[in-house]
Design a protein around this ligand. Structure first.
Ligand SMILES: C[S@@+](CC[C@H](N)C(=O)[O-])C[C@H]1O[C@@H](n2cnc3c(N)ncnc32)[C@H](O)[C@@H]1O
Length: 253
């Protein structure tokens, strides 16, 4: 018999368990290095949307503190479990169940970053987000992001994109993406679990995939008093990263 799950109130409620095996791809190490390499040694960092913590743990190894805003209970649970096994890091990492920009810290950070978060952020939410982030970024502090790209709106039929084995199970992720507008796609993801080659569970999620264009992002950064200083979104360099379109901005005032 096969268990079928098709919706949850947490958009990442199904994906969280599979995230590290089925979503984190071969370019992940380079992406993690990109974000961790910008972390100021001994400084204070704020991460928006840490998910299961692939970047969080690397950044925490360099800084005095990392604050994380993660609204998904399922993603947060994986992150908290990883931190529980890291006694040297866990005292430095504060994990809050909240979404940006609806949270105020009353303090400033040297480094703020968002890794692979933009797909969840509608373009019209970017300006208030940057305004809130600029408010808590220290003068000279750095804001880093990815997924700022002029790529075409993705469009592909359902197909298997990744598969992983664990114990006697094989897990697969297939996805379909279809255009809904100039900066928006719909995404359907299907997670299948096979136990000794018998399909035992099928879990489906549906959501939006937002695209963020370099010219629009640069304008919104300027409006927040932030200056772009690097990243492949402005230099057009080809990178091996999982998520294209990195962008680094500085708070000058
Ligand atoms: C695609 S996952 C990426 C997770 C992780 N950063 C990584 O690179 O593996 C996006 C994450 O951003 C979180 N997220 C989405 N919108 C957010 C917001 N407004 N504030 C904070 N986190 C958000 C989601 O809950 C999810 O965990």
């Amino acid at each position: 018999m096969s268990l079928t799950v098709s919706s949850t109130t947490d958009p990442y409620g199904v994906a969280a368990a599979y995230w590290d095996r089925l979503h984190i791809g071969p370019g992940s190490a380079a992406l993690v290095s990109f974000f961790a390499g910008l972390a100021p040694p001994g400084g204070h960092a704020l991460e928006i949307g840490p998910g299961t913590g692939r970047v969080t743990l690397a950044v925490a190894g360099r800084v005095a503190s990392v604050h994380c805003l993660e609204p998904s209970p399922a993603m947060r649970a994986v992150l908290m479990t990883k931190l529980a096994a890291e006694p040297d890091l866990r005292d430095r990492v504060t994990v809050l169940g909240a979404a940006a920009p609806d949270f105020r810290f009353g303090r400033r950070f040297d480094y703020i970053y968002l890794a692979a978060v933009y797909e969840d952020v509608p373009p019209e939410a970017r300006r208030p987000l940057f305004a809130a982030l600029a408010e808590c970024l220290a003068p000279g502090g750095v804001l880093a992001m990815d997924m700022v790209t002029d790529e075409a709106v993705p469009d592909h039929p359902q197909r298997e994109v990744r598969s992983a084995r664990q114990g006697e199970c094989r897990y697969t992720l297939s996805s379909a993406v279809w255009p809904l507008g100039p900066d928006l796609a719909g995404v359907r993801r299907v997670y299948r679990t096979y136990h000794r080659d018998t399909l035992v569970a099928t879990e489906t999620t549906k959501g939006d995939y937002h695209l963020h264009r370099p010219a629009d992002v640069l304008a919104d950064l300027r409006a927040a008093g932030l200056t772009a200083v690097g990243g492949s979104a402005v230099t057009d360099e080809v990178t091996p990263l999982d998520d294209k379109g990195t962008l680094i901005a500085r708070h000058d005032s």
